[in-house]
Design a protein around this ligand. Structure first.
Ligand SMILES: Cc1cc2nc3c(=O)[nH]c(=O)nc-3n(C[C@H](O)[C@H](O)[C@H](O)COP(=O)(O)OP(=O)(O)OC[C@H]3O[C@@H](n4cnc5c(N)ncnc54)[C@H](O)[C@@H]3O)c2cc1C
Length: 453
């Protein structure tokens, strides 16, 4: 059996390592246009900020390691065409220019995503950079050395992580976003206001509700950013305005969402039974809505890549879907969210109700106790939990993994009120703050009692 894999970062590396073990007789070939595999982009801001000193720690595999599993690694090979009827692949060796033609019995598409680059005037100027792969991380570090005024465009989690890194490095930082607040896809306003206030207290300029209209340069290097509301001097711009799935190769050949994300079934199989796909090039099955969503995360990529390998020959293990669970540490704050926020529910036209509790993370007799704000969002008809968000200076983010399980298993807010959680004064209170969200829901609607199982 000939297996071709296109792309080898998280989804690809997970698929390849598993397939090499599961199908030792298979002839596996990996095509990767980059010169490395398995780069952990999640460490990019920490690397740029100097927290990570040894960049080798940002890789957990290598072409040599995969080669040693018996896999043929075609590094710096760009796949340019796939004929899904004849099951052929056309690629170019980016070093020699040589064209390669290959065939496959099974194709694993793990081509991931690429940062969106909006067609803004002046976008091609020098020092307007993207933040995705290892080479881009090194370019950012190099260019930041001589830059004092740094503009980050896009206030998602990558943008805010970079803002923190640049502020800590003593730069003058401005964060621009067309939305009215930062992190609006992950957290509701009462959470993001806390982080915005913290940013402003540190001198970070927030330009929310502003869209970039033009970049201008001096001698080919960016020097100003013009938005609908102002013109700002800058030495460096980092664009982090979202990701687009890299799926042009299969356009019109397998089913996709409107944004080009490949639709897979629970076995990671596309609408072409011999093509499997995983990671950022795919839509995921989103449990809170039971629909397809585009949520590019490394967590989804490693799970889907592993499942693509396990299900390649026959359906073996189903994907349980995702809640899009994510966490962030920005300056002194730890925050995490899972499932729907009120903002995302509104955008999806889903009727929800939320309960917010504030509590100290442990008893007042302890030397320190930090405030925790938790918000749980439910379907008011079924009482099922659809989302949760938490923020604190204490690290209570793992509680959101618990809430992710609650969503996945269809738990109600009433059941959460009396779920058994441990208590120990170092860590929490006799009533865990997750229980308290459930108790709050019951106190607002006292007739609702937990179902007896
Ligand atoms: C700065 C940053 C921080 C992040 N932080 C987090 C985090 O904290 N937690 C989290 O869960 N996620 C995080 N993510 C998201 C995470 O990195 C992605 O979800 C993950 O990289 C997806 O892995 P993937 O293998 O599906 O795709 P990708 O990482 O996009 O890899 C796709 C690979 O395919 C190759 N390729 C594409 N097309 C071709 C072709 N035609 N021929 C040959 N090769 C090709 C590419 O070169 C690439 O190596 C972060 C992302 C960024 C950019």
């Amino acid at each position: 059996m000939k297996i071709a894999v296109i792309g080898s970062t998280h989804a690809g590396t997970a698929a390849v390592t598993n397939m090499a073990k599961l199908y030792p007789e298979a002839d596996i070939t990996v095509y990767e246009r980059n010169d490395n595999v398995s780069f952990l982009s999640c460490g990019l801001a920490l690397y740029v900020g100097g927290v990570v000193h040894d960049p080798q720690g940002l890789f957990y595999s290598s072409p040599e390691e995969l080669q040693n599993l018996g896999v043929t690694m075609k590094m710096q090979h760009d796949v340019e065409n796939i004929d899904t009827v004849r099951r052929t692949i056309e690629a170019t060796n980016l070093v020699t220019g040589e064209k390669i033609y290959d065939t496959y019995d099974k194709l694993v598409m793990t081509t991931g995503s690429w940062p969106v680059t909006p067609p803004i005037e002046g976008i091609g100027l020098d020092n307007i950079l993207l933040a995705k792969n290892y080479h881009q991380a090194n370019t950012i570090i190099e260019r930041a050395k001589d830059a004092q005024k740094v503009t980050v465009v896009g206030a998602g989690y990558i943008g805010v992580e970079l803002v923190e890194a640049f502020e800590k490095a003593g730069k003058d930082v401005r964060l621009i976003d067309g939305a009215d607040r930062i992190l609006n896809k992950y957290l509701d306003e009462e959470f993001t206001t806390m982080v915005e206030d913290d940013f402003e207290s540190r001198g970070i300029e927030l330009a929310m509700n502003e869209t970039v209209q033009r970049f201008e340069g001096t001698n080919g290097t960016v020097s100003t950013v013009t938005t609908n509301n102002g013109k700002y001097e800058t030495d460096l711009v980092i664009l982090c305005v979202g990701f687009r799935p890299n799926t042009d190769l299969l356009k019109g050949k397998v089913n996709m969402l409107d944004n080009g994300a490949i639709k897979v079934n629970e076995y990671m199989q596309t609408s072409d039974p011999d093509i499997f796909a995983a990671g950022d090039c795919c839509a995921v099955s989103y449990n809170p809505t039971r629909g397809h969503m585009y949520i590019p995360l490394a967590t989804n990529a490693v799970r889907m890549g592993t499942l693509a390998a396990r299900n390649l020959i026959e359906p073996t293990m189903k994907h349980v879907g995702t809640q899009g669970t994510s966490g962030l540490h920005i300056f002194d704050f730890n925050m995490a969210s899972t499932g729907l926020t009120e903002t995302s529910a509104q955008l999806l036209d889903i009727h929800v109700k939320s309960f917010t509790t504030k509590d100290k993370h442990r008893p007042g007799f302890m030397p320190t106790a930090e405030e925790v704000m938790l918000k749980v969002t439910i379907n008011p008809d079924t009482r099922r939990i659809l989302g949760a968000q938490v923020i604190s200076k204490a690290d209570v983010t793992q509680s959101i993994n618990t809430m992710s399980v609650c969503i996945q298993t269809g738990m109600t807010i009433d059941e959460l009120a009396y779920t058994d959680f441990f208590f120990q004064p170092h860590f929490n209170q006799p009533w865990n703050f997750l229980n308290k969200a459930g108790l709050e829901a019951q106190s607002q609607e006292p007739k609702r009692m937990p179902e007896l199982v």
